[in-house]
Design a protein around this ligand. Structure first.
Ligand SMILES: [Fe+2]
Ligand SMILES: [Fe+2]
Length: 365
């Protein structure tokens, strides 16, 4: 039976932050770090983007849709298909569900990511329906991404293994919170971030696919693999944009890369909150680390991949500051290695935490 809907109204007086999910670190002021003359670069790249970036989008008619992977509610076999799905998911352990739910919630906060892309000077969608290739990309990318959360959400719902109300609340809190990834209004910083992040999601969905297969749910494995395939395509597009920027403007590009790595790439759901656990992101990340879905070693490997992808070590035509940034990037890998070892050491602690997403059942961190 469906749970009742809470009827008490949430007053907007007093502390507004908590009920709306805004009880996080103070917001920082935006630094407008991209000089206005750089806008020209993005304008001049429009033809290039049309031919080199938009080609990484898939025509809608050729795209998979969530329904391709789900029991068909319009067919007579629906209940049988749901039963089979539930039989398969019954074999999957709780800790896996914590990670899959966290990944799904991250996907479901898509409005935040679209807003973020629309803060970047020179590429933002000025009207909501602009036909510049940058704006077309932002909307069509969002439309592709929208299927990810949709599919995982429905699959998790049908599994009956998770507390949907807690999950839905978490999504609402997270979208309400936004995120603070410190890319300012600067597309150089933004495209470093999205390159990193698309690869991170590719890795984590590939790992949830591998584990689903291991637990005997081939259907779920196929779902996660398919989503990972999209993320890979997006990674290709974003890293290509950065490659072009490295070619045209190596100095700003390398400074942007160093700047983002100094700030550390925050995960998009870093403010995730379920109304109960103030350290939910830390707890979710610890489980993802322990299961090997997304780890400190993955963070380091993404970084190393990008350094190689953009040939950072070979960059020339750099200013003094640009060379400093290049040195910083080139010396960063060993420091990350040490961090990784510390994380592994911490992971050996055996703390157990209840997760509201799975009816407060405890899970080892
Ligand atoms: Fe996604
Ligand atoms: Fe993606």
């Amino acid at each position: 039976m469906a749970k009742s809907i809470p009827t008490t109204s949430m007053g907007l007086t007093g502390d507004l932050k908590k009920p709306l999910g805004l009880a996080h670190k103070p917001r920082r002021k935006v630094e407008y770090s991209m000089p206005p003359e750089k806008l020209e670069i993005f304008k001049s790249l429009e033809n290039w983007a049309e031919k080199n970036v938009l080609t990484h989008l898939k025509p809608v008619e050729k795209c998979w849709q969530p329904q391709h992977f789900l029991p068909d509610a319009a067919s007579d076999g629906f209940f049988k298909q749901v039963e089979e799905l539930r039989k398969r998911t019954a074999e999957i352990p709780d800790d896996y569900f914590v990670v899959l739910v966290g990944d799904m919630i991250t996907e479901e906060a898509l409005p935040t990511y679209q807003s973020m892309l629309n803060t970047y000077n020179g590429i933002r969608d000025e009207t909501g329906s602009s036909l510049t290739p940058w704006a077309v990309w932002i909307r069509a990318w969002t439309a592709e991404e929208n299927r990810h959360g949709d599919l995982l959400n429905k699959y998790l719902y049908l599994s009956g293994r998770v507390d949907m109300i807690q999950i839905e609340k978490t999504v609402q809190y997270l979208i309400g919170s936004g995120m603070d990834i410190q890319t300012e209004n600067n597309p150089y910083l933004g495209f470093i971030y999205t390159s990193f992040q698309e690869r991170a999601t590719f890795i984590s969905h590939s790992n949830t696919a591998r584990l689903a297969k291991h637990y005997g749910d081939e259907n779920l494995a196929r779902i996660c693999r398919t989503i990972a395939g999209d993320e890979k395509r997006h990674e290709t597009a974003y890293t290509k944009i950065m490659e072009k920027l490295f070619e045209l403007d190596p100095d700003s590009s390398v400074k942007a890369f160093a700047n983002m790595m100094q700030k550390k790439i925050s995960m998009p759901a870093h403010w995730v909150y379920d109304g109960q656990d103030e350290d939910l992101f830390m707890h979710f990340s610890a489980v993802a680390q322990r299961l090997g879905v997304y780890t400190a070693a993955d963070y380091a490997s993404i970084f190393e991949f990008l350094v190689e992808r953009w040939s950072v070590e070979k960059l020339t035509r750099l200013s003094g500051e640009g060379r400093k940034a290049q040195d910083y990037i080139c010396g960063l890998a060993p420091r990350m290695k040490r961090l990784e070892e510390r994380v592994q050491l911490r992971a050996k602690q055996t703390l157990t935490v209840p997760f509201s997403w799975i009816f407060n059942r405890p899970v080892k961190l």
